[in-house]
Structure formats: C-alpha cells, structure tokens
Design a protein around this ligand. Sequence first.
Ligand SMILES: [Cu+2]
Length: 214
Amino acid sequence: MALAQTANLAATVADSQGHPLADAVVVATPVDGHYHLDEHPQQAIVDQIDKEFVPPVVAIAAGTPVMFPNHDNVRHHVYSFSPAKRFELPLYQGVPAKPIVFDTPGVVVLGCNIHDWMVGYVYVSESPYFFKTGKDGKARLTNLPPGAYVVRVWHPQLAGTEEATRKSIEVTRGRGAEVTWTLDVTPEVRVRSAPMPERGTRYSPVASVRGVMR
Ligand SMILES: [Cu+2]
C-alpha cells in the first residue's frame, strides 16, 4: 500500500561552529512536482505564554489554519506585515473566534504591538513534506515517496538565502536519504524591555512598569 512505498529523509542542521540548530525547517519538494496538500489540514497553534510566542517557529503546509490563543493575563495585539500573510488580531485576551488561514507559501514574521520583543515565525510550505529540527538539529521526514527531490532549509537566523541551501537528492526505497547542512547564522538580538503602554495610557508612568499591565 501507499505507506510501504514511503522512505525516510534524515536531515542534520548545524551552525558553522558545529552546534546543532533547533527550529530549522527542512522542506523536500519532489522534482516531478507530484504531490498534493491535505484539503482539510489540521489546525496549528501559536500560543502566547509569558509574553512570548510558543513555539517560536511553526511549520505548516499552505492552507493550514492557525489559532493564536493568548494564555497571558495581559492583552496581545498580534500582527504580521509579511507579504505571505498580512493580518492583525487587535488587542485581545483568550482565544480568538477564528483561526488565521495561511494560503501563500513563505515566511510570515509575527509580532505584537504591545510587546516589542515578541517575535515568532510561521513557515508556510508549498510542499507537504517538511519538518522542523529538534534541539539535536535533526529532522526526519518519514513519509516521502521514493524519487528525486530538491531539499532546502530555513532558519530564523539564517544569514544567507533559503535558495542557497537547495540540494538535489535521490530518496531511494529501503535506504532513504541523508542530508546535512552547515549554516551561517546571525546572533539573535532580542531584548525583553518594559512593555509599551497600551493606547490611552501612553503617558502614564505606572503603565510602563511590567506587572501592572492589564
Ligand atoms: Cu504582546
């Protein structure tokens, strides 16, 4: 059956010092262009916990709805200006009524209007074959039909272009395939500062002290 005809792709991603890179997204695209996306993909979740996006990187297939529940006791104002998905969820608490659907492949950078340091990423894959690396820098795609693929990797701190990571591989029945990347990454600079005052409280000195925010 179909499952018996799939093979594994084992990917290892490290930085130029050899440290494993977590949260890298590995995508495999069949050269023959033969794949189809799930028509009713399962909803993904980007949580907001302790004024951070959790997880910081989510990889989804194009067409997947993503819910942005807020588990903090302050309000967040989630937005993106990325070409692949411009949207905003104006100041809210709890769970928004509807998910946001990401139809266009690409990297969507998430921010919060209230908390400058909050940054998250929704990686929208055109291919159904993708996986995010764990702490060990490894990703394993287990559902690949054998054949020729172009594989690539993306990471939030990738210094070069995603295009430049492309490699051609052959995934064979039985043996699968292995691919390794060493990426130049730029250090992440993100400072958790006192939150920006919410509208209407802009000039109140009290509002700039974390802990008293609504
Ligand atoms: Cu926020």
